[in-house]
Ligand binder design. Structure first.
Ligand SMILES: Cc1cc2nc3c(=O)[nH]c(=O)nc-3n(C[C@H](O)[C@H](O)[C@H](O)COP(=O)(O)OP(=O)(O)OC[C@H]3O[C@@H](n4cnc5c(N)ncnc54)[C@H](O)[C@@H]3O)c2cc1C
Length: 490
């Protein structure tokens, strides 16, 4: 039986491992942390439970595919609950716009907020549906293993049809006029760690996911998904080595001959699938002489996606007016992205996102709100500097939220701050980036690093830094794609 090692038990690694096991590989999974799920990590503070990482779940059918491959019924493991009104977008002028997949509710709100938008909402939905359908058909399930894949005429034609040359913000402004409404839609760029003012309009397909398919929550916390995948993996006989970091890969004649582990032991495999962040782990684990197509200089040229400054706040009180997902927009959204990407600095009047899953599921936090507060942060500087005083930044966030009516300090019983530096250290994420590389440049949006190493015959990549991209459903797809291609090699 051919042996495969998967390095990293993030969602990408888990989906690859499960899928490979169903295709007849003997699979071992190596994870440096003591939990499966990578950035989808459970966090408990007293009676308050949090999902770190993916709070917004879309595309449940993608997650279900992994269970189906293993001949398991997803309903035996996880319950996806659709959130009716999923996100409250609150603006500095006191108005708000609630996002929902209920089209009439969206239009009713637009009558007041943006009558131009109300008149164009149906054509907007039609266009984002077209963008999604094309992307799913031509991009999601491809692995781009050779130049002929890139040069395929169907792909080129499809690419031209998904508005690669228009910015996301410009695209939304065809359908909506009011600044606040436009900003609420433009925030979708942050789901791929990028700026709406430069990333391609193709990513308006994310709006399709939320506004047509809907936003979901997994009962008991989104981390239940990772726990379920771990169970399925063990059931399939996959050996999971937690607390086991891969520290080096030995290469001879363009082939990985063995992995070196943190206890200095070595292990040999026929294939290696790397879920650890490509931009960080590939240069760290394989000597530069063995990867001429991916030199350190080439890596340094990639623009990392945004990172996050996160506060987990457990309260002894429930704030009225908060929904499950909440966004408090700043007055100058564009400046925030200039700060993040052009000057690489923190915004001191940022847009603030709050997930309060106890709104939907009180069992997560029976005594009060469990606020997962996230502000977009620049990736760490090249020298590893954070670039902000975390205590001062946290206090500024609390000030802003309290001004907007979210009561925090008077009811705060538990608190934990997680910075981009923590994200880098905990998950091995390059410069603390959430989604690998940004999609601000067209080349990075459409030509992410390939799923197969060009210099090493038995090494492939899954996860946010590679194709098809960041975000929890996409990394699961990358795992399925690579496993499918390796299955064909058997
Ligand atoms: C704060 C935050 C909020 C987010 N919000 C959302 C959201 O709302 N919706 C959404 O869809 N996505 C969201 N994301 C993004 C999402 O979490 C990621 O895209 C996805 O989970 C990444 O999965 P992955 O498989 O690529 O890698 P990861 O989850 O990063 O897993 C990689 C694994 O490799 C391990 N590893 C690294 N190096 C080694 C080594 N040398 N040896 C062994 N193991 C190693 C790491 O410990 C890690 O467990 C968010 C991310 C963060 C951090």
């Amino acid at each position: 039986m051919k042996k495969v090692a998967v390095i990293g038990a993030g969602l990408g690694g888990l989906s690859a491992a499960i899928s490979l096991a169903t295709k007849g590989y003997s699979v071992e999974l190596f994870e440096k942390n003591n939990h499966c799920g990578g950035k989808l990590m459970p966090y408990e503070l007293g009676t308050h439970k949090f999902d770190f990482g993916p709070n917004t779940i879309t595309m449940p059918d993608v997650f279900k595919q992994v269970f189906a491959l293993a001949s398991e019924n997803p309903d035996d493991y996880v319950t996806f609950k659709k959130l009716n009104v999923h996100t409250r977008n609150s603006f500095a002028d006191g108005s708000h716009f609630d996002f929902t997949s209920d089209r009439s509710l969206m239009k009713n709100q637009l009558v007041e907020l943006d009558s131009f938008g109300e008149a164009h909402y149906d054509s907007f939905i039609k266009e984002i549906t077209r963008l999604y359908t094309l992307s799913e058909k031509h991009f999601f399930y491809k692995t781009f293993q050779s130049y002929t894949d890139y040069l395929s005429p169907t792909l080129g034609k499809a690419l031209l049809q998904v508005r690669p040359y228009e910015s996301l913000y410009h695209f939304f402004s065809r359908y909506f006029q009011k600044k606040e409404v436009l900003e609420a839609f433009s925030r979708y760029a942050t789901y791929i760690g990028s700026s709406p003012y430069v990333s391609p309009a193709t990513f308006a397909m994310i709006a399709y996911l939320e506004l047509v398919q809907g936003v979901y929550y997994i009962e008991g916390g989104n981390v239940q998904l990772a726990k379920a995948y771990e169970k399925v993996a063990r059931k399939l006989g996959i050996t999971i080595h937690l607390n086991t970091k891969v520290t080096k890969m030995n290469v001879t004649n363009k082939k990985i001959t063995s992995l070196v582990l943190n206890d200095a032991k070595t292990a040999a495999f026929d294939e290696v699938v790397m879920n650890a962040d490509l931009l960080k782990a590939y240069p760290e684990l394989i000597h530069e002489d063995n990867r001429p197509h991916f030199t350190n200089k080439k890596r340094d040229k990639y623009q990392p996606s945004i990172s996050a400054f996160v506060i987990l706040a457990g309260l002894s009180h429930r704030n009225k007016g908060l929904l499950h997902h909440n966004v408090f927009f700043s007055r100058d959204y564009e400046k925030e992205f200039n700060d993040l990407f052009q000057s690489g600095s923190y915004s001191w009047e940022p847009t603030i996102y709050i997930s309060n899953s106890s709104y939907t599921d009180q069992s997560q936090s029976p005594d009060g709100d469990n606020l997962f507060i996230l502000v977009n942060a620049p990736a760490l500087h090249q020298d590893g500097e954070l670039g902000v005083d975390p205590e001062a930044y946290k206090q500024m966030i609390y000030d802003q939220l309290e001004k907007r009516g979210v009561q925090i300090r008077d009811f705060l019983v538990e608190e934990k701050v997680i910075t981009p530096k923590d994200i880098e250290e905990k998950f091995g994420a390059y410069r603390g980036a959430l989604y690998g590389l940004a999609s601000n440049k067209k080349i990075d949006a459409f030509l992410r690093p390939s799923n197969f190493a060009k210099d090493i015959v038995n090494l492939s990549f899954v996860g946010g830094s590679t194709h098809p991209g960041g975000g929890s459903p996409m990394v699961v797809i990358s795992g399925l794609n690579v496993a499918h291609a390796l299955g064909n090699r058997l």
